[in-house]
Design a binder for this molecule. Structure first.
Ligand code: GSH
Length: 260
């Protein structure tokens, strides 16, 4: 057995209920067959917890694996391939790997934020669906109470993530082009192969989060990106009834735009 191959490893994953990159990390651990302990944290509070525990960053997901502490879903993907090479999250062939890494980076740097801002903007309008995003989570307080007292957290997340109306309207205008880009990657074989790769899991969970919003679900579900999302994250919590202004959703109702 190669020296860098660890047969059993102790893993603890820090997540926020309903968080899309958290789900990316959960699915990667599942696919690798690495058992782990899940620790649910409240948004915002998570920052202090990770800082106090000596993680290198303050965002979720955060993984303690063996004696290593990692933040960032892309860093976690790389580390998991290192400690448990099979099944691989990246193709071995250099060009194919570069394409997957490019799609993964775009998923992290562009799509993830769009999905996050749209969700927080929707929750700013109606906090009630927060309970559905916490399904299956153990927050240490009753979910009902957590939701009732969540107004300051939602307000802070809107500020931290710049989920203001102007930005989110722009995000929704860009979304059809982003979905088209995902469909194109699927057609090109970069995404959506038989075995899910790191980019499938990075992008699929963001699309899956967007599909938790009834405002967007129908426009996404039938396209290849929607099918990929269901494969990447079959069990995703959360269901938000329509709440976004109809005019903002117009671009999603038009014909598919060119890739953004
Ligand atoms: N892009 C990074 C960062 C992820 C990120 O921003 N996570 C959010 C949850 S989806 C977070 O930690 N939010 C808590 C906060 O900002 O207070 C990744 O993929 O790991």
């Amino acid at each position: 057995m190669p020296a860098d191959r660890i047969p059993t490893v102790e893993a603890k994953l820090y997540v926020i209920p309903g968080s899309h990159p958290s789900r990316t990390a959960m699915r990667m651990l599942e696919i690798k067959g690495i058992s782990y302990k899940r620790v649910d944290l409240m948004p915002v509070v998570s920052r202090g917890v990770l800082r106090a525990m000596g993680f290198p960053g303050v965002t979720i997901p955060a993984l303690r694996i063996g004696d290593r502490k990692i933040t960032g879903s892309r860093e976690i993907a790389k580390e998991l391939d290192r400690v448990q090479p099979d099944p691989p999250l990246f193709p071995a062939e250099p060009d194919a790997r570069a394409s997957v890494e490019q799609a993964e980076a775009w998923g992290d740097e562009a799509l993830q934020g769009v999905a996050r801002r749209i969700l927080w903007n929707a929750l700013k309008r109606d906090r009630t669906p927060l309970a559905s995003y916490s399904e299956g989570a153990r927050l240490g307080v009753p979910i009902g109470l957590a939701v009732k007292t969540a107004a300051p957290i939602v307000a802070l997340e809107v500020r931290i993530n710049e989920a203001n109306d102007e930005r989110v309207r722009e995000d929704l205008a860009a979304l059809p082009g982003m979905l088209q880009r995902i469909d194109d990657w699927i057609a090109a074989g970069v995404l959506g192969g038989d075995d899910l790769n790191a980019a499938d899991l990075q992008i699929g969970t963001s699309v899956r989060l967007l599909m938790s919003l009834q405002d967007l679900r129908e426009g996404i579900a039938a396209r290849p990106a929607g099918e990929l999302a269901m494969r990447a994250a079959p069990d995703y919590p959360g269901d938000a009834p329509p709440v976004l202004p109809a005019a903002w959703l117009e671009p999603m109702r038009r014909e598919p735009a060119a890739a953004a």
